[in-house]
Design a protein around this ligand. Structure first.
Ligand SMILES: [Zn+2]
Ligand SMILES: [Zn+2]
Length: 353
């Protein structure tokens, strides 16, 4: 008689343990992938020079690499679609990290996470059992204790365990043994699954993490398309940027001649020149904020110390810009000789400082 009860007990514990591990395994994999993403993004923020500072530092690296590549199409994307440009820049850097010096580190991070989770589960099993034995608890209460002990370290919803919480299990010590015995093979399975996964599968998550941490507001100056430096998307207050660009970068031209406007918006807003809005209405540059929309959200201050970067760009890519925008660098839009004399290396050295 007692042998029969014991056998029944063993069977129901086996069913219980199998079911629990069936639910735990995918949760462990998900948690490990999430932690790996955080570890790798964190490591990239300390070891990759483009990511180890703030947004201004990232943008500086982007400007340097654009100038080094001298690829006009890439510039075009950066000027007109900064969001997708930033995302693919981060994605490429992440791929390079993962295939390069990061691959060894990813192995180490994976091992560390597997060990942590294994220890967490083991201690949760022991803790839940000790308390349950003490209080003569039901298996449903054991599950509560187990999940509480895992806490937020393992994303594992208690509500998924409704099916097994009414099992008649009395022998808590046997439950603990069965759970602990299943731990090793289960973790081996997770390890195999995680290490056989191509690294590309986590690249999008890392890219998203870094993008959210670094890119902030990507609103662009309505005149020159310079990107707001604020590190918070949808921030309060005005958009600002310390360095604006010659407006020809954004294709602005004089309506009477079709010649490019090479002035920076920071000097145009001091002039008595007017802008023509999309609805045909004319307004002085200095009153640009009254034009509403994007104009109203920007605070542009007069500043005559423009960085040589965009002057070099305009001069270097003058024919590409003329071709793309179908306008000319002539008349008031003639490119000054001084711009053509800017040496790229000197300009980049200045930028790097
Ligand atoms: Zn501007
Ligand atoms: Zn902004």
């Amino acid at each position: 008689m007692s042998f029969k009860i014991s056998c029944q007990g063993a069977t129901s514990i086996k069913t219980f343990v199998d079911f629990l591990w069936q639910k735990l395994t995918p949760a462990i994999t998900t948690t490990i992938q999430k932690n790996l993403t955080t570890n790798i993004a964190g490591d990239m923020r300390t070891t990759c020079s483009a990511f180890n500072g703030n947004k201004a530092n990232l943008e500086k690296h982007i400007l340097i690499s654009l100038a080094e590549e001298e690829n006009f199409d890439n510039y075009w994307e950066y000027i007109h679609k900064p969001q997708s440009f930033f995302r693919s820049y981060i994605e490429n850097q992440t791929k390079r990290y993962c295939s390069d010096r990061g691959s060894k580190k990813i192995e180490t991070f994976l091992k560390m996470n597997l060990d942590n989770i294994k220890n967490l589960i083991l201690s949760s099993i022991c803790e839940a059992t000790a308390v349950a034995k003490d209080k003569n608890s039901t298996v449903s209460e054991w599950l509560d204790l187990f999940c509480d002990s895992l806490g937020s370290n393992l994303i594992f919803p208690r509500k998924d365990l409704k099916n097994i919480e009414h099992q008649k299990i009395k022998d808590m010590e046997f439950l603990k043994e069965a759970m602990s015995t299943a731990l090793d093979p289960a973790m081996k399975g997770v390890e195999q699954h995680c290490s056989s996964m191509p690294v590309e599968t986590i690249v999008p998550n890392i890219e998203k993490t870094l993008y959210e941490q670094l890119c902030g507001c990507l609103k662009q100056c309505p005149f020159c398309r310079a990107i707001c430096t604020n590190t918070i998307p949808y921030h309060d207050g005005d958009h600002i940027v310390p360095f604006h660009r010659p407006q020809a970068v954004n294709g602005w031209y004089k309506d009477t001649t079709g010649h490019f406007v090479i002035d920076c918006c920071t000097s145009s807003i001091e002039s008595n020149n007017a802008i023509i809005l999309k609805n045909g209405e004319k307004r002085l540059y200095k009153d640009y904020r009254q034009a509403g929309g994007d104009y109203a959200e920007w605070k542009i201050t007069t500043d005559l110390s423009t960085h040589p970067y965009w002057k070099w760009f305009v001069s270097h890519f003058r024919s590409k810009l003329e071709e793309k925008y179908q306008k000319k660098f002539e008349g008031t839009g003639k490119i000054p000789d001084a711009w053509a004399n800017i040496r790229k290396q000197k300009m980049l050295d200045d930028l790097k400082q």
